[in-house]
Design a protein around this ligand. Sequence first.
Ligand code: GAP
Length: 456
Amino acid sequence: MDSELKLEDIVSLAKRRGFIYQGSEVYGGLSGTWDYGPLGVQLKRNIMNLWWKMFVDERDDMYGVDAAILMNRKVWQASGHVDTFTDPLVECSNCNARHRADKLDDPNKCPTCGKEGTFGEARQFNMMFETFVGPSAVATPIEDEKGENYTNEKTGNTLLAYDPSQVSYLRPETAQGIFTNYKNVVDSFYPDLPFGLAQQGKAFRNEISPRDFVFRSREFEQMEIEYFVNPDNWEESFEHWISQCKEWFKALGLPEGRVHELEVEGDDRAHYSKRTVDFEFDYPIGREELMGLAYRTDFDLKNIEDNSGKKMDYTIKGTNTRFIPHVIEPSFGVERALMAVLCSAYREDEQNGERRVFLALPEHLAPIKYAVSPLLKNKPELVEKAREVYAKLAKENPGRVMWDDNGNIGKRYRRQDEIGTPYCVVIDFQTLEDGTVTVRNRDTTEQNRINSAEIE
Ligand code: GAP
């Protein structure tokens, strides 16, 4: 990563080249939401597929699940999210701006209007998005004794009461969809301990101050593992997952020196965790959390057992030994991984006296692996041959080969460099004679002639 790299460089490249756009941009945007363009979605999929391959497909102690986003609200009462999934919120009495109290540079000064001493006491703001399940009317106006509607003094809006039995939440973590399926998987597969359940999917948090591009979004994606262990062995498994996380960072191509391990102490840990290690990354916005590893003990399964009345214990095969397993949870955020990948790959250099921007993405993550071009697009014999090479590579690398005949060859190289394409394959007149093509390497800009059949 370029040490001078600014977040704006990444945001602007991401938009310009079709990786990530602001959500609902055409209507002025919706804060904390982002849309993925064609290259962003491919990069995101490459990251998520790599994770699934490493942590599910290539292990025999892991089971994949894909639970519903909407869950019975009892899940969130039992998990503690209804009561404790909060951030401290302060409101400025001068400009009414709301801020997250623990993220202010100066706790006495409003960053919106600059006035000092305008914040009252912080109140706890629950970050879960509420929603209503079912088709009946969910909210009715609250009336006073004269039968008139109560209104909010500031906004003039009518105050509404709703039927709490219809309330549910957009899940703020994917983890609960795993815990609620633990018993199903045990009953279907009888796995030996330790074993894990893995899930990828959307999570939603009504962040008070979404900021820093996709880093703190209101809708994002998680990749989570709940690893069920014998409580006597939790420390061993915790260490195992520390080393697995490090392997993951390597696979993402993150420079070792930019990832830091932070032991989270006491009150800074989530309500369910007895030990937490956060992995932080040096983003252009500073050193911030990339992902977390937590020892959740039997907190969740025990809560489920207490609240549902269903047994969550596990019997060691061939014995009468029963207990509720404990859990190690590596929790990975897709957006933060993707942002770390982009920041690690961003490079600037000079080629023939001109500034060049390129993404040195690892080959297995780059959205496009090969760009194929005819040297001249008005020579049918070159186009025909190039189409042949394109079709063959596209078959071997579905979705990851781009046909590019826009502009001159120099412009094509620049464009492909910016989106991180490792190889540009050019078909020229010599190809027609001896079947060789030019393959240009993104990082070195070196060009080699090789037989088109041997590109892969
Ligand atoms: N199940 C545990 C859990 O959800 P967390 O530390 O709250 O733990 C895990 O979240 C990961 O999810 C974070 O390390 C981060 O990568 C990602 N994440 C959390 N909030 C996010 C947000 N608002 N925007 C983007 N990613 C977020």
